[in-house]
Structures are given as C-alpha cells and as structure tokens.
Design a protein around this ligand. Structure first.
Ligand SMILES: [Zn+2]
Length: 505
C-alpha cells in the first residue's frame, strides 16, 4: 500500500479563519480523500501556529492573557473540521508540550552538527512577516513589500542558523525535482531567490526580554526560538519525531506540503536547510496555491470586501463552497471570489446539471424498470468516454490541478445529460423497445456511479447519498472502482430529496 502524508500550513491564530484558510483546507481535504479512496494509506495533518510577536502583541492589545487568546482562536480553527467537512487525522497546536520538546530536539541536532552560532543582529524586522526583511527587498518608501509597513530596526544578540552551508544542496534538490515544487513558476521563483549569491544565514532566536512568548532555546533560557523554526518543525513533531515513533517512520518524508505562495521561501529554503542540518530526510513535494481576491480586488477590511466563508456555508452548504473553491479558483494561481459568480456556478453546475442528472436517472429507473437495476451492458463508446474522463480526473489530482479534476467530473455529468437527451428513454418506453430501454438505463446508472465516486473528494456527503440511491455500497468501503459493470442487476434504486436546491440571485 502506498502511503500519502499531506500537511497544510499551520494557521497563525492572531485572527479568525478567512477564505484563504478555507481554500487551503478544502484543497488539502480533497487531495487526501482522493488518495484514501484510491487505496493509499493517508495521513493528513493540520493545526495552528501559536507563537511569535504578532500573537503576543495582539493578545496584549486585546488585554487577554496570551495562552487564553491562542486557545480561543485555535478553537475557531478546530471548529472548521465539521463546518467544512474536513477529514484530517490530527490537529497540532504549537503550544503543546510534545511539539515544544520536538522543536527543541531538532534545534539540538542542528546545534550538534555545528550549524547554530551566536551573533549580533541588526536589521529591519517586519512583525507582519515575522522575519527580517533584507534592505534590498524593501519598497521605495522603505516598507515591507508584503505588508506595506515600516519594519522595526532591531539590534540584538541572537542565535543564527548556518543556512548558507546548505544553499547549494537545496538548489540542487529543487533543480532536479527531488524536491518537487508545483507549479513550475514557483520553482523558478525559488531558484531566482537563491540566485547566484545563495541563501543567507538566518537569525534563529529572539531574546526573551523582548519576546517572552515562544519555545525556549535548549540550554539557554534567555532566548526563544525564531517562530518559523518552531512552526516549520510541526510537520515532523506532529507525527512523532520526538520519540521517532512507528508512525513517524511510516509517514515521513512528507509527500506534499500544501502552502500559500507568500511562504514558499520559508518552506523551500529554511525548512529544507533545517532538515538537512538535523539529518532528517527532506519532503518530496511542495504544492503552492495562490491568493483569493474578492470581486476582483485584494480583500481588505477598509474596502469592506472580505469574504466570510462561514456565511457561505450557512447559506449554501459546505459542499457548495467546496465546489466553488476547487473548481472556480485556479488551483495554483490567484483566483477571484465573486458573489454573483458563486450563485451562477451553484445553479448551473450543481442544481441544474448534477442535480438533474441524478433526478432523471433515478426517476426513469423507477418509472420504467420498477426501480431495479437492469442487467449489465457493454457499450464500448460509453465505456471509453468514461475511461477518458477518469484519466483526466486522476491526472488532475496527481498533478495538483484540482480544477482539472472538477472539470472532469463536469464532463461526466454533461455526458450523462446529453446521453439522456439523445437516447430519449421516454420514447423507447412508448415504443416498447424494452431491450434498448434497459441498456440505455444501465449505461446511465453506471455513468451516475462514476460521477458519484468522482464527486467524493469534493462532496463527501452528497456523493455517498447519490451512490446510496443507486444501491452502491461505497459508503461502507470508500474505494474507487472505476471499472465498468460495478452496478449489479436487481439493485434497488431509491428516490431522495433534492440534492442541490436552486437558489435565487
Ligand atoms: Zn512584512
């Protein structure tokens, strides 16, 4: 059995979840459900990043004790499991004891290997990035290019990580795709960033006198670890690095770190360097998604165009939101979230096309065949068509192009609807052409079975309902069976409630 270990970035808990988080969680969930249904042994880890200056300061401003503050916000992220129908196996919080010890373990390994040293650091620290921003990266006004805010000038004695020592190795891993970065543009971007000069050493700790909120540096209680060192470690501490458990040995190295494009340099640079330094195998791939804009613009509180994913779940259901995020937002690039478009897509793809196909096939089987699945056919044209769509679908999931996978599902649904219109079962019934009627309906029921299975990673609930309606036992044993003839003669087909009720604009 193949194993598949996937992580999301751990969410920074200085605020409540937004649609960008929802996008990443839903992408990760669809990927892991796909792999599970494909027979892989999957581990899906997510969690929250709970240290750092931003959190410390936000809590202070709010007048709440820091631990209480992170507890409250972490809860909001944990609640997403039910809200967005997430199927993760574990949720790691970086304030948990095993994580702290695990992060200290990797630090100690790096130290033993001579890669940690003490030095004076003077530089521009952006609190938004939780990072020193090199002079050359500041914009013309001297602001952080991401946060458009003046960084703080910091001068302090810190520990440093000798990242420069691993620069060439990292570059080679990326160039050869031994560390696969998808999409290609992000790989190029990372290689450009490494450039001729290579990666520089990184300030890796802060004095506790300035930042008391963090994980203590081993054997030096006056310093806390740099928040990125702490946070990145979650990918191994979360599966048992501390005690090198069986679980850790089984799932590491990670098959894919799923992240947003703004934190690529931390993952493809510092994190890989840390692992090389601590003698831990490097991950196999980094999947990078873009940002979500709203009505064509960057989301901001001042513009008042912030999309609240929870409102959409409440109004249209989690699966409608999942569909929009996966099918309408380009998987590997920026995409727009527009309300009008959301309703259009919901009505046309789900209420009309998909909902109609299910309805029509189930109703006709009831009406013409006493609700019983007829005997298996072998229509070569239909079989070939479906095989082609399944290939597209699998290719989408394997290459981190979830939009492509969704479109393959749309193709199956459209094909099914067209097949009804072309073969007109009602005419066959009227003309009493029972043999052809049975064959056409068997083909349609199989098309529906394929669509139901393909829908599973995207619509984890509705897909099971559809399969249940045609008497398919998918629910007990969620495994793809993309082999023609899976529906058995005599299965009873059941009517059900409307799956996707139409909504008014
Ligand atoms: Zn910044």
């Amino acid at each position: 059995m193949k194993k598949f270990y996937l992580t999301t970035a751990i969410a920074y808990v200085n605020a409540a979840p937004h649609v960008g988080h929802a996008l990443e969680f839903v992408q990760a969930d669809a990927l892991t459900r796909y792999h599970r249904a494909n027979g892989d042994d999957v581990f899906f880890l997510t969690g929250t990043d709970e240290h750092g200056v931003k959190i410390y300061e936000t809590a202070k401003e709010a007048g709440v004790e820091t631990q209480k503050f992170v507890d409250l916000n972490a809860e909001k992220f944990m609640a997403l499991k039910d809200i967005l129908l997430l199927s993760y196996d574990d949720f790691i919080r970086t304030t948990s004891d095993f994580h702290k010890k695990g992060a200290q373990k990797i630090w100690s390994k790096m130290n033993e290997n001579g890669d940690i040293y003490k030095s004076i650091y003077k530089g521009n620290y952006c609190v938004g990035c939780e990072a020193f921003v090199p002079e050359k990266d500041l914009d013309n006004d001297g602001n952080c290019p991401v946060h458009k805010k003046k960084p703080k000038i910091l001068e302090e004695e810190n520990y440093f990580f000798k990242l420069s020592k691993y620069s060439d190795k990292i570059k080679k891993l990326i160039e050869t795709d031994e560390l696969l970065i998808l999409p290609q543009e992000r790989k190029k971007e990372m290689l450009n960033l490494i450039g001729e000069d290579g990666l520089k050493d990184v300030s890796f700790s802060r004095p506790k006198s300035v930042l008391p909120w963090g994980i203590s540096v081993p054997d030096d209680d006056s310093q806390v670890m740099y928040v990125w060192c702490d946070a990145l470690s979650n990918y191994i501490t979360g599966i048992g690095y501390l005690e090198e458990t069986e679980q850790f040995k089984k799932y590491w190295p990670c098959d894919a770190h799923l992240i947003g494009k703004d934190i690529l340099r931390f993952h493809a640079g510092i994190w890989i360097g840390m692992l090389l330094s601590a003698d831990v195998t490097v991950p196999k791939a980094i999947y990078v998604h873009g940002f979500v804009t709203s009505e064509g613009q960057k989301m901001s509180k001042t513009l008042g165009n912030v999309v609240n994913p929870l409102e959409y779940v409440e109004k249209y259901g989690a699966e409608a939101l999942r569909w929009f995020l996966l099918k309408e937002i380009l998987t590997m690039d920026d995409g727009d979230f527009g309300h009008k478009r959301f309703v259009e897509v919901y009505n046309s793809d789900l209420a009309n096309s998909f909902g109609n196909l299910v309805n029509r096939v189930v109703m006709m089987t009831e009406r013409y065949l006493d609700a019983k699945v007829p005997s298996v056919t072998s229509n070569g044209v239909v079989m070939d068509k479906l095989a082609g769509f399944v290939k597209e679908y699998e290719n989408g999931f394997e290459s981190f192009d979830l939009k492509k996978a969704c479109e393959a599902l749309v193709s199956v649904v459209d094909f099914g609807n067209k097949y009804i219109d072309e073969n007109k079962p009602w005419v066959l019934a009227k003309e009493n052409d029972l043999k052809k009627l049975r064959n056409v309906l068997y083909d349609l029921l199989e098309i529906l079975r394929f669509a139901g299975m393909m829908a599973y990673p995207i619509f984890p609930k509705t897909s099971l309902k559809i399969l249940d309606q045609i008497g398919c036992s998918f629910e007990k044993n969620i495994k793809f069976e993309f082999k023609w003839g899976g529906l058995k003669e005599g299965n009873v087909v059941k009517k059900a409630d409307v799956l996707f009720p139409r909504v008014e604009k």
